[in-house]
Design a binder for this molecule. Structure first.
Ligand SMILES: Cc1ncc(COP(=O)(O)O)c(C=O)c1O
Length: 439
């Protein structure tokens, strides 16, 4: 039955197949972002609007990938398009300071509980790399503890134990020495994490975690986050929340407001760029001020930032328009997307469960969701639990959904935007029911 869906996918995506063949001749693996590939080949997008995305073959899908979960207001939302239109004739890259980036930094500062100061950059990868550097500079210590399964971008210090098996290197070309001071811990596991943190305590610079782990779309328990807060305080280490996914998505005050746990440093990206490239580091001013190179000697400071396109006006304007819309409509936006998220998670699990021993479980929180197929009884509380799931069924399930006009990037968390409707969610659940009928 799954093969029929793959055949159907190939039948409706003929032009994409051709493009992918061409891509293989010029781009290794045909993709420039590894996760954008899914077998047999990804479809090629030509247009997107609201909750919909069109491919080169003319198929239209309801999009739950939403630009790597960045597009909280949907594709090309009117308030963002209007601001970009107004400004684009005035230059789209200045390479100088500009009021828009300042206003974006202020918008982050007034909404994020721990953001006393903010630095803007071009990507989440950059933000996490510099967050670790700041933590080491501030504490004078070396060890970074990250989650098994945690993804913080590809920088060598943090590109460790990203995908299973966690005891094998994630990439050639990263030196063991570069990860000499990187340790990993099992998340949502107070005992297991406590042991590692205790072992590292004398040289522990920071702990970095995603409050909702992107790999598996797994929300961390509030008690676990409180435990990390307490451990960092006890060992004089910096607590970094990587909120590249959750920033301005779990609520206007992000995951730290949602969980009521304050990190020392937060890394941001995705939503705060309004659909344009961005990254940011926010946090405690005592730490961030180390990055002030306008005074003092370089060896007493922490050099972060740079980037030709950092603080570019387009990202700043789009991000600012997005955050201002979210501020003005916070109750409406978050209650809507979170409710649709609840309905989708519930509806999908209801449609799938009881089927030939399939133990389907849709994880996530708020507007984030991902469906897993457990091979045994149990729950998914950490990325390691994904080893208990059937990843092939999961991938096939999502390809089947694509043939029903519903796009989640197979195997990756999906995100609901403000433009999704009750009708979209009803269609998603109906598509799952149809797939379930054939299982
Ligand atoms: C939690 C998290 N941190 C960091 C990154 C890297 O951000 P970027 O892709 O903007 O470099 C990502 C990207 O998906 C992410 O999900």
């Amino acid at each position: 039955m799954w093969e029929d869906y793959v055949k159907k996918y190939e039948a409706i995506t003929v032009k994409s197949k051709e493009l992918y063949k061409r891509a293989l001749k010029v781009i290794p693996g045909g993709v420039s972002h590894n996760i954008r590939f899914f077998p047999p080949y990804p479809f090629y997008t030509v247009k997107a609007r609201g909750s919909k995305i069109w491919d080169v073959d003319g198929n239209v899908y309801t999009d739950y990938w939403m630009g790597h979960m960045a597009l909280i207001l949907g594709h090309s939302p009117e308030p963002v398009v209007r601001c970009i239109r107004e400004h684009i004739e005035n230059g789209f890259h200045f390479g100088t300071v500009n009021p828009y980036a300042l206003e974006l930094a202020e918008a982050i500062q007034r909404n994020l509980p721990s953001a006393e100061m903010v630095r803007l950059g071009c990507s989440g990868t950059e933000a996490t790399m510099y967050a670790v550097r700041l933590a080491r500079a501030y504490t004078g210590k070396r060890i970074v503890v990250k989650a098994e399964g945690g993804w913080h971008g590809g920088n060598p210090i943090l590109h460790k134990a990203v995908s299973a098996p966690y005891d094998k290197p994630d990439s050639l070309g990263i030196l063991e020495d570069e990860q000499r001071f990187t340790r990993t811990m099992p998340v949502n596991d107070v005992e297991g994490s406590g042991l590692i943190l205790r072992e590292c305590r004398n040289d522990l610079a920071c702990v970095i975690v995603e409050p909702v782990v992107g790999s598996g779309c797994i929300p961390l328990d509030r008690d676990y986050l409180l435990f990390l807060r307490e451990q960092c305080d006890r060992y004089n280490a910096v607590l970094i929340f990587d909120e590249v996914i959750t920033g301005f998505r779990l609520g206007i005050s992000s995951a730290q407001g949602f969980y009521r746990v304050k990190p020392d440093i937060t890394t941001l990206g995705k939503v705060i760029g309004g659909g344009f490239p961005i990254g940011a580091i926010a946090g405690c001013s005592e730490i961030l001020k180390l990055a002030d190179l306008t005074s003092g000697r370089k060896w007493e400071k922490c050099w972060i930032g740079g980037g030709t396109f950092s603080c570019n006006p387009m990202s700043s304007i789009a991000g600012l328009a997005t955050i201002e819309f979210l501020e003005e409509n916070a109750n409406q936006v978050y209650s809507k997307i979170n409710k649709l998220g609840d309905e989708a998670r519930r509806g999908i699990d209801k449609a799938l469960n009881g089927l030939k021993g399939l133990n389907a479980k849709t994880t996530g929180v708020g507007s984030l969701l991902l469906t897993h197929f457990l091979k045994e009884e149990g729950d998914i509380k950490s990325p390691r639990d994904r080893l208990k799931t059937d990843l092939e069924i999961q991938r096939n399930f999502y390809i089947a959904l694509i043939t029903h006009g519903v796009f989640f990037l197979p195997g990756h968390a999906g995100a609901i935007s403000y433009t999704h409707t009750e009708e979209d969610i009803r269609r998603l659940i109906e598509a799952v029911e149809k797939i379930a009928e054939g299982i």
